[in-house]
Design a protein around this ligand. Structure first.
Ligand code: PMP
Length: 360
């Protein structure tokens, strides 16, 4: 059996060489006589794995010593509440930008703890664009400003870093982290669920400016207190060791590809090819403002929804998997994260061309 091209939005495809290395190291990690899964998180071997992963991640993303990097659990969704609990401090309100389904989920959770001010929303346009920053109503007393640089379901992505004034900028980078260079120094906090560009699920990586630590509310669960997690090197309890190890292998792979800058160029090319094809074929459509089209998640519709199941069947038969759009929006979606080879995008385009020819 050969490997399929898996366009799933997450858990997503991983680099084949990473999986092979994990396979080769499965039974005996470098002479320790055990797999990484079986190791104590306090062992020298695992501490080395963990520290190397953090070092490589810092190097790839350009993270200075002003920031702590935390390897937490609970997915990106748990951060929706962890963030207000830790960052509100003595303030009672926070600013949020609403650009789609993931923004809304973050907002709904924050509303349990804070008075949420929606500084801008693209809901009236059906989340097909990013609100013009000149219209944003940033509040003077917000504890932070939260936004979602890439909306995984809608397929809309910021091509700029918003100005949050004096409030720290907080970003849910789950589906865009490490896909292109980003100036981390502009952010107070970045978080990302691992299962797209980092590794397996079960891990969420948090990058937090150190001056924002130590402000957690009294009732914050210990496991959600950034200061506690930072003080314990993300090992206050047993971390997601195997996911952390796999993330480390993905970071090494990314470095071998030339790092985030080189990957950004590949991602731009992959995305431009696919959008270019869609725009040139009346049979297919993508509704997003071209300036804000996601490089990672490409939703598209067919001329006639009645053809969706035939399209998916034909795709599956060719090993082009998980192209159905999110259940909330329908249509199709191709997620083309870092680990999706350009050949996968080419194979998809070829199939789309043939399908349109036959059915259009
Ligand atoms: N934010 C974004 C942008 C996402 O794409 C996702 C998952 N698809 C989440 C948050 C939630 O992540 P998790 O399932 O890790 O909680």
């Amino acid at each position: 059996m050969s490997r399929a091209y898996n366009f799933c939005a997450g858990p997503a495809t991983l680099p084949e060489s990473v999986l092979k290395q994990a396979r080769d190291e499965m039974l005996d990690w470098r002479g320790t006589g055990m797999s990484v899964m079986e190791m104590s998180h306090r062992s020298d071997a695992f501490v080395e794995i963990a520290e190397t992963a953090e070092r490589d991640f810092r190097e790839l993303a350009g993270i200075s010593d002003d920031y702590a990097v935390l390897f937490m659990q609970g997915g990106a969704s748990s951060q929706f509440s962890t963030i207000p609990l830790n960052l509100l401090g003595s303030k009672t309100s926070a600013d949020y930008v609403n650009t789609g389904i993931w923004s809304k989920k973050a907002i709904a959770e924050a509303e349990r703890y804070a008075s949420v001010n929606i500084v801008a929303s693209s809901e009236s346009s059906g989340f097909t664009s990013i609100p013009d920053p000149s219209s944003w109503q940033v509040s003077a007393d917000a504890a932070y400003l939260h936004y979602t640089p890439n909306e995984t379901i809608g397929g809309v992505e910021f091509d700029f870093i918003p100005d949050s004034g004096s409030a720290p900028l907080v970003a849910d980078m789950s589906s865009t982290i490490l896909s292109r260079p980003v100036d981390v120094s502009k952010f107070g906090l970045i978080y990302a669920g691992a299962q797209k560009n980092i590794g397996p699920s079960g891990l969420v990586v948090v990058v937090i400016r150190k001056d924002l630590l130590g402000k957690a509310r009294q009732e914050t669960p210990t496991m959600m207190n950034y200061q506690v997690i930072a003080d314990h090197g993300s090992m206050y309890n047993t971390p997601a060791t195997y996911s952390w190890y796999l993330a480390g292998l993905v970071f090494k792979w990314l470095k071998a590809q030339g790092g985030v800058k080189a990957m950004g160029e590949i991602n731009r090319r992959k995305a431009e090819k696919l959008y270019g094809f869609i725009d040139n074929h009346e049979f297919y459509a993508n509704p997003i403002d071209p300036r804000f089209r996601s490089w990672m998640n490409v939703p598209f519709t067919l001329q006639d929804d009645a053809l969706n199941s035939a399209f998916l069947e034909g795709a599956n038969a060719r090993g082009l998997l998980n192209l159905a759009g999110h259940r909330s929006v329908g249509g199709m979606r191709a997620s083309i994260y870092n680990a999706m080879p350009e050949a996968g995008v080419d194979a998809l385009i070829q199939y789309m061309a043939e399908f349109a020819q036959e059915r259009g």
